[in-house]
Write a protein of this length. Sequence first.
Lengths: 205, 205
Amino acid sequence: MSEPTVASIDFYFDFSSPYSYLLSEQIDQLAARYGRKVRWHPVLLGIIFKATGSAPLTQQYPAKAAYSLHDFARSARFMGIPYRHPDIFPLATQTAARAYYWLHGEDCALARRFAHAVFRALYVDNRDISQADTVLDIAAGLGVDRDRLAAAVQSPEIKERLKQEVDAALPLGMFGAPYVVIDGEAFFGADRLPQIERWLAGGGF
Amino acid sequence: MSEPTVASIDFYFDFSSPYSYLLSEQIDQLAARYGRKVRWHPVLLGIIFKATGSAPLTQQYPAKAAYSLHDFARSARFMGIPYRHPDIFPLATQTAARAYYWLHGEDCALARRFAHAVFRALYVDNRDISQADTVLDIAAGLGVDRDRLAAAVQSPEIKERLKQEVDAALPLGMFGAPYVVIDGEAFFGADRLPQIERWLAGGGF
């Protein structure tokens, strides 16, 4: 007899989203405790924001921008995750996202290590991940062939893959990041991790 | 020797804010566990939104409005609090807020019972608390002299008191509700209760 299968969790994010970084550090372990896998989907918040009418937290009105900057770091301390707000923020992430999808086709586990490394490069080491060279350096540090990846992130297939992922996120109701979908139920924000855990534990509440 | 005194917690809210209702059901008990009192400050989010550039969650772009409606009820279930989204929403709350401040001058404990009753009238019993008659009925049900309260909510002194409370909230950085300030540290949203508890337990983190 085979084990019953349980549906994967879908984690939509942009590498330039601080709360996505915070959630990325805990979502796989949380899901694993309930026998679930997580599918990671880097997307482009700029397109999501334009389609929905939203904007980056730090580019909204001043009171919310100031609070958000304070809350990014405080939420990281609360969750026990290192955080240094990047000097360049927000920033373009299409090269990192495209690299993720190409690597995922080559080696799923390597793609996951790469995603963690990109987030940490930005939010721990203050590196400018909008630069293709930075992305290629991060991948090369994980043993990836730099020239193959440099070609892949410029390929029409990978550009189209990223576009398809963004197009798929919008009908799910995504308007910001992180956006996690479990069994058709959507959770927005790293601060919904306790609700995500309750959902996984109880099959809804 | 006298006990060391600890500073009160300031809880700014609007009676028409769902997440303020959720936080109002738990903040006093949480504070009490750490030897703290909570000062309640009903204010007018319409003025806060105009001053900061924000808007009610359900009047922002459609994707966020839809998610918010879903999340109000789910967050209530998560917190074990009854919730029924009001048919009239958002709505004007100046009469309720003025009544709160007048009652507070008469009897602090009664004012707190009144505030809970107003929130529950709106979010459990679907009553239109924008109507002065509804507010007066709620107060009368708690033993308040209806005619005295009806006069008080029209008095220049009480109108000025509410205005002062709104004016005091803005320099604290308030841009939405609930907004809780502890020892100069601001927490926005019912979902920051775990961080508030950590702050109370550890004197900052």
